[in-house]
Design a protein around this ligand. Sequence first.
Ligand code: CA
Length: 244
Amino acid sequence: MSNVKGHRMGEGKIRILVIEDEPTITEFLRVGFGYEGYQVDIAEDGRTGLRMAEQGGYDVIILDIMLPDMTGFGVCRKLRVRGDDTPIIMLTALTELSDRVTGLDSGADDYVTKPFMFEELLARVRVQLRHRGKLPAQIELRSGDLLLDTETHEVTKGGKPLHLTPTEFKMLQLLMSHPRRVFSKETLLNRVWGYDYAGDTNIVEVHISHLRDKIGDRPPRLIRTVYGVGYAFHPEGADDAPSG
Ligand code: CA
């Protein structure tokens, strides 16, 4: 599998402009996209966002609707009037979801409703990048006889289908697409359950345990425990390890 991530084919990093004033969300996106290898810039109001967009070079703009100085719709229209055709994904609270948004008549390409899962937004971003030919077509993730199809969401081992819950699938996809990278339980919680999930990290251990059972993961494991830190996916298998 090629590990392209936030790097476009043969060039530099994918650049994302986030125009959003809510610190919880900007931090969540900065960390999430950072992990994916994207470069993230944040603008906390519409005017700053417009100025940064004008300087150009962004591959995707993520745009909140309720900004301190203007609405996301206004920002979007101004960009389009200028002739800026950077893909725009709007973030909207469910209560703001109206025909205006669903019709995308301000010129946005897509929208995601809050609260959202990072993987959902990432998937939308990738769709936009693929449309513009900035990412290769989606690839299946494979490790030995374990195969995960990111399009159909099918997971097979030795050709036999495994029945994963959506949470288990997301966790496995995240781990498999970042081989050997150690994910803390907090990061997994953030990435798989979302930034607004208030539960504790024990739930991560429970789901990892179920996931290991389902994929028949015995030592040396594909999903390795790094004690005191978290988990990492080792395509060749590895023993659990102390941190450091
Ligand atoms: Ca806002």
